[in-house]
Structures are given as C-alpha cells and as structure tokens.
Write a protein that binds this ligand. Structure first.
Ligand SMILES: Cc1cc2nc3c(=O)[nH]c(=O)nc-3n(C[C@H](O)[C@H](O)[C@H](O)COP(=O)(O)OP(=O)(O)OC[C@H]3O[C@@H](n4cnc5c(N)ncnc54)[C@H](O)[C@@H]3O)c2cc1C
Length: 487
C-alpha cells in the first residue's frame, strides 16, 4: 500500500516559505536536543520541529542508561579501570556482526569528553555503583554493567568495566518515569537558554530540495502545511521505525507485533524521506530485544529453550538473553529454579518487580516438572543433570556462567513459561558518516542533510548494550549540530 503522505522531495521553486532558520532539527528527543545545543553554540539560529506537544521523545521515558567509558570520571571515582581500547574491544565483540568499526573507534575515543559535556550541560550522575543483576539500578545509583561486559563470553574478550551511566533521579518507575527524563530535562533547558526555538504539534512530512541540496522541510501543523527553510542544514532526529508495520515486515520481521521501548511516533519517517533522495541504509534487520524476566531470578536458575536445553549464561545482560531467545530459540524460553533459590531472589531489590510472577508449574522432581511442561522424557532431566554435575564445583563449562551464580538446582522445583516474552525496537537506519552527514547510495554525503539517533544506524549493528541508543543518539546528535551549523 502506498504511503498516505507524499514522501518525494518538494522542489524549492514550488515552496512558499512560512519560516526560516539556519538549522532545522526534526524531533525533540535525545539526538535532536544535542544537535540543537551544538548548532546554537556554533552561532546558528535553530528551530526544532516536534510532532508531539512537548520535548522528550522516547528518551524522556527511558531508563536513562548512556553507554560511556574509556575511563570516565564516574568510572574512576568508583574504582573501575577502563580505556578507549578496552571499550572498543568489547563493543566490536558485542554489537556486531558487521559493526561500524570507524564509528565505534570514534565513539570510544570521544566518550570521556562526551561524559564531561553532559555534566557541563547539567546532567547529574551519582557516584554509586549498582552491582546486582537487574535491568536498571532500582534507586538513583549512577553506574551499572549494562551489556554483559562481566559475563561470558565478553569477560574473556575485554577487561570487564561497567559503562551504563544513569542520570540521577529519585522515585523512578521503570518504563514510565526513568533516568532518561533527567537526561532530557537539563539538555532541553540548556537549549532554551541558548535561544533554540521549538515548535510543537508539527510533523515533518518531506524534504525540500534545491537541485541535490536539502534546503528545508515540509511539515504539517493543525492540518496546515508549512514550508520551512533551513539555510545551513536539516537534522533528522525522529527516532526508529519500530511502529511502521510495513517497514517492520520488510526489514525486521522478527519484531512483527512486538514493538517495545519505543514510542508510536517512531514511524520511520526520517528514513523514508531520505530514501526518497537516494540515501543509503545500514543494518535494517538489527533490533534491540527486551526479555520480560527478572534478572535476579534468572541468575539463580537456568533458562532452557523449547527442547529443554540451556542456551545462554543466565547471569548476562538480559537484553542479550532477549536477542538469543528471539533470534535463535524461536522465542521459546522456560526458567527452571529451585524453591529456596526462588524465595531468596524474592528478597532482593529489583527495578522490575512486575516481572516477578508466580511460577507456571511446580513439582517435587525434575522428572515430574518435565512431564508437566510437556517436554520429552529426559530432555530437561539430562540438562539439569549436566548443569548440576559441574555446578557442585561452581563451574559452568557449557556456557560460562560465573561461579557466584552457578549452584546446583535443588528441589522442590518451579518452572516459568516465558515463551513469547520479548519486545524490542529497531537499530538500523540511515547510513551516516562521523560528522552525521547522511550518505547517498553512491557513498557521497547528501548536501544539507544530517541525521542522528535511532533513525540512523549507529554503533549497534546486531548486538546491543543498554545505553547505546541514548549514547550514540547524543554523541552523533552533537556532531550533526556542529556539522549542520558549519555547512
Ligand atoms: C521505556 C524505555 C526505556 C529505554 N531505556 C533506554 C536506556 O536506558 N538507554 C538507552 O540508550 N535507550 C533506552 N531506550 C531507547 C531510547 O530511549 C531511544 O532509542 C532513543 O530515545 C532514540 O533517540 P532518538 O533521538 O532517535 O528518538 P527520540 O528520543 O524518541 O526522539 C524522537 C522525537 O522525534 C519526534 N518525531 C517523530 N516523528 C516526527 C515528525 N514527523 N516530525 C517531528 N517530530 C517527530 C518524536 O515525537 C520524538 O520526540 C528506552 C526507551 C524506552 C521507551
């Protein structure tokens, strides 16, 4: 079905200019605000066009992890050693296959400066580390492992260092009131102080071109079409395509019917309007995948697939568990845990209490549990026998779960049905260079067009670590603002 709105660029000769700015930024989320700040500091008149009635986007709802490292002052204050080279090793191993090596090297080298920039622009980080398994720190702790850096197999590839930096915020509620708000708020205030203008309830629909060059956007506000001129450049920062059904079917079909950690405004518009100009794309099949499990419980049990076999070290980043489950186990997972371990997990703190549901099955023996779950005889029994044989010595030679979590399963037992417990957002998008210029399929930059955030392909090409979206969105948002202002 054709799109209801025309996506082809409008020739400048046909435009009737309603507004003018030097740099026009589409989208007032994390990439947009960072682009706006840097463009304004470089002396440009900046206009942000935002589809909703306020700033924030998905970023303001987010948990707030920003993936930073290489020896940030926060890492140092908490006693963690890291270097750009060590961070790069991890990111190349964990975020591929096919990760953009230049972008990752650039991102790691610039990470400490980026941390300092965020702090200088008012983003608060509390010097406290949260070391328990979890999706996010349950309180206002500022640092946590957020990508499986300290779990197999990555703990053998690079020296483990926590890089999930979380802006300080009290009374958080995961999924609705997270640290992302305390990232966006100071940045939006900074933008305002710098004289950035924002217009709300304005939805960009297509680009305006003068020959090959992008010189503005067509947008709609309250049913009225506006032609907005950008003297220096347009920055696209409207988020992912998680909510564009046809794009999901075409590019990332494993996410059909399961968008998550995104907002409905993420409809791929930036990608489509730039494609209409010949923009190149990258890693359109890459997706983040959340798994609706409580990490404190998972670390104390074993996760098995639809055939009763283990497939992931249960103490790793839960987003990795999600990806491995959805991509490689047909979205089939069960958590098996002993009663005492389950009860112990319930005494721990978690940011995701809503994932602590009662078990689906309970039984005195694994043989009974296996039968109740409808698994073939010995499928689960052999898995538990193998696991327990080595767990007695705190070892997991099959998958490398760490000693502190590797303990024999002891009955009575419980099993949780976690089939289909995944959702996610897209990571692929416009191919951009290190200055956030949108590249044409020829490899040349499209004059006047810049992009950042989840409408672009950033540091993640396949794997994911929490914080890389707010991380590369803010990092390359800044680059987009600087480059557009200079243009
Ligand atoms: C609950 C939750 C938790 C998350 N936790 C984390 C985390 O801890 N760390 C992390 O890195 N990521 C996290 N994410 C993901 C992260 O928030 C997003 O990937 C990130 O915000 C993308 O940045 P962006 O600038 O591309 O998009 P956004 O921040 O969403 O900004 C895009 C903006 O563009 C606007 N827009 C859309 N279409 C148009 C249009 N046509 N015209 C004008 N404006 C438009 C949108 O309304 C929005 O305001 C989380 C997301 C959610 C929802």
């Amino acid at each position: 079905m054709a799109d209801a709105t025309p996506l082809r660029p409008l020739p400048a000769a046909e435009a009737t200019w309603d507004r003018t700015a030097d740099v026009v930024v589409a989208g007032y989320g994390i990439a947009g605000v960072c682009a706006a700040i840097e463009a304004a500091r470089a002396g440009s008149r900046v206009l942000i066009l935002e589809r909703t009635s306020g700033w924030g986007g998905a970023a303001a709802l987010a948990g707030g992890f920003i993936y930073l490292g290489g020896g940030t002052p926060l890492q140092k204050a908490l006693g963690f050693e890291d270097s750009p080279e060590n961070m790069e090793k991890f990111m190349l191993a964990a975020l591929g296959p096919g990760a953009d090596e230049d972008k990752i090297a650039d991102y790691c080298r610039g990470s400490v400066e980026h941390y300092e920039w965020l702090v200088a622009n008012g983003v608060p980080f509390k010097a406290e580390f949260w070391g328990e398994p979890g999706w996010e720190p349950p309180h206002d702790e500022g640092l946590m492992y957020s990508g499986g850096e300290n779990a197999a197999p990555f703990n053998t590839v690079a020296e483990p260092a926590p890089r999930g930096h979380v802006p300080q915020m009290s009374n958080k509620r995961t999924g609705s009131k997270g640290g992302g708000y305390m990232l966006m708020k100071p940045l939006a205030e900074t933008a305002e102080k710098l004289g950035v203008t924002a217009e709300y309830d304005v939805r960009i629909q297509r680009l305006i071109v003068d020959g090959d060059r992008v010189v503005g956007v067509v947008a709609k506000q309250y049913g009225k079409e506006l032609d907005i001129r950008a003297e220096h450049g347009v920055v696209l920062a409207t988020g992912s395509f998680a909510y564009h059904d046809r794009m999901i079917e075409g590019f990332a079909p494993r996410l059909i019917g399961r968008p998550g950690a995104a907002i409905e405004e993420h409809d791929g518009i930036a990608i489509r309007v730039a494609q209409a100009l010949g923009a190149d794309l990258a890693h359109m099949d890459a997706t983040e995948v959340a798994f609706f499990g409580d990490p404190q419980m998972m670390a104390r049990g074993i996760l098995v697939n639809g055939r009763g076999q283990r497939y992931v070290p249960e103490d790793t980043y839960p987003g990795r568990i999600g990806q491995l489950t959805l991509f490689h186990q047909e979205n089939q997972a069960y958590l098996i845990i002993g009663e005492a371990a389950y009860e112990q997990s319930l005494t721990t703190e978690t940011s995701t209490p809503f994932f602590r549901q009662p078990p689906t099955w309970a039984a005195e023996t694994i043989a009974e549990l296996e039968s109740d779950m409808g698994l073939p005889e010995l499928a689960l029994q052999s898995t538990v026998e193998l696991y327990n044989k080595h767990a007695v010595d705190g070892k997991d030679p099959l998958l490398g779960k760490k000693q502190e979590w590797t303990k024999p399963l002891e009955g009575p037992f419980a099993a949780f049905d976690m089939r289909g417990f995944t959702a996610g957002f897209t990571l692929g998008g416009l191919r951009t260079d290190l200055d956030s210029r949108v590249l044409h399929v020829s490899g040349e930059p499209i004059p006047g067009l810049f992009a950042a955030g989840r409408c672009t392909s950033g540091v993640c090409a396949g794997g994911y670590a929490s914080g890389t979206s707010l991380g590369d969105g803010s990092f390359y948002g800044r680059r987009a603002g600087i480059a557009a202002a200079k243009n």
